[in-house]
Design a binder for this molecule. Structure first.
Ligand code: PLP
Length: 385
């Protein structure tokens, strides 16, 4: 097979985050810095709120802070927890492990509901554990990017709503690509980041809090907090202000990204993620990979492929980058070497999926796996109907 030099291929960022961002979003972030407390910034913050709330499915304020997604998770936890209180952590992958570790770092008693990687938390199991303990919160990752499992937040919210416990959700790789109805589903706290389905550069953390959670946040006996104190950040959202200097350039980018999403139509955005993630999975299977995880919980924003034993995931990632200038992800956890992951979130199209599968198929062939990349591309077209 003739292989062109890597420089012939334009760079493609196809990770499950950060994701490639539209040119208009990039340009918006390079506009001049404006007064962070001036009229123009206030108008922009107000419009950002109006465009964000439908994505969270909430009428509550959405706080913007300068951090990655992990910072938003930590901020959420320090506002809800007091040292010594207990949380029930649903652990089904790398990021849910992280959520549990952050809670433990702040002195919480962490009970783990251990779930097979690839599966979603079972609401009935959560109900039983809540009946046996006094938990301040249940920690759940909406979309486990390490395994591609989507949690059923509607069902989990129905369980926690009957208890004093709060449902705290890491939706770093969910919001914007997977449906979220915070108010209807009874999700109490959502933490997310800008760099995934929201089609922005990394650097903004976003948090929303239900009325039930707000009553806890307002208490004086929570973990020590200053910069992350939501008692400062929440009240100023509706004045179109930020507690501290807002990340002006990122807010400019976010405003443009949200405008693009609303132009497409939020329901259309979700439908595109669902349709194209299914197409990507069909393509993986056509290439002879395993569509990793539990089919009833497949994520719309990341597709995970289980590899044959003869192929190492790290080699696939390396080959894709070195030969096709395309960045995909492997795993940095117990699945290392066994899976590859490709993002199906943000600004991406069927053309991206077809290109991914062609390059992936050819990379697998180069590593000794027998497959038919053209058939995989054809599978995309038929799955996409
Ligand atoms: N949670 C999930 C589900 C993620 O996918 C990620 C990032 O990949 C994080 C948390 C961590 O976010 P960040 O890297 O922005 O801190």
């Amino acid at each position: 097979m003739t292989v062109l030099p890597k420089t012939e291929f334009p760079y493609r960022l196809r990770l499950p985050g950060p994701t490639a961002i539209p040119e208009a979003v990039r340009m918006a972030g390079s506009r001049p810095i404006i007064n962070h407390r001036g009229a123009e910034m206030r108008v922009m913050l107000g419009e950002v709120q109006q465009m964000l709330r439908p994505l969270f499915g909430t009428a509550q304020p959405v706080v913007l802070q300068s951090s990655s997604g992990t910072g938003a998770m930590e901020a959420a936890l320090v506002n809800v927890l007091a040292p010594g209180e207990k949380v029930l952590a649903c652990v089904n992958g790398q990021f849910s492990e992280r959520f549990a570790k952050i809670a433990a770092a702040h002195g919480a008693g962490v009970d783990v509901l251990d779930i097979e990687w690839g599966k979603a938390p079972d609401p009935e199991a959560v109900r039983q554990r809540l009946a046996g303990g006094d938990y301040r919160a249940v920690l759940v990752v909406h979309n486990e990017s390490s395994t591609g499992a989507l949690a059923d937040l509607r069902a989990l919210g129905a369980v926690t709503a009957e208890t004093p416990s709060l449902l705290m959700v890491d939706s770093v790789s969910g919001i914007g690509g997977a449906e979220m109805r915070q108010d209807d589903w009874g999700v109490d706290v959502i933490a997310t980041g800008s760099q995934k389905a929201l089609m922005c550069p990394p650097g903004l953390g976003l948090i929303s809090v239900s009325a039930k959670a707000r009553a806890v946040v307002e208490r004086d006996d929570r973990c020590a907090r200053f910069y992350w104190d939501l008692r400062k950040a929440l009240p100023v959202v509706d004045q179109n202000e930020t507690a501290f200097t807002g990340a002006v350039s990122l807010v400019q980018s976010l405003h443009t990204a949200l405008s693009l999403m609303h132009e497409e139509g939020i329901e259309n955005v979700y439908a595109r993620h669902l349709r194209l993630s299914k197409a990507m999975r069909a393509g993986f299977v056509a290439l002879g990979l395993e569509a990793f995880g539990d089919a009833s919980a497949y994520s719309p924003t990341v597709v995970v492929g289980g590899l044959p034993e003869s192929i190492n995931g790290g080699d696939v990632v390396k080959h894709m980058l070195e030969t096709y200038n395309t960045a995909i992800a492997g795993a940095r956890n117990k699945l290392q070497g066994r899976v590859i992951r490709i993002g199906t979130m943000g600004a991406f199209s069927i053309g991206d999926v077809m290109t991914d599968l062609l390059y992936l198929g050819r990379s697998l062939q180069a590593l000794g796996h027998s497959c038919d990349p053209d058939a995989a591309v054809a599978a995309v077209l038929s799955a996409n109907r």
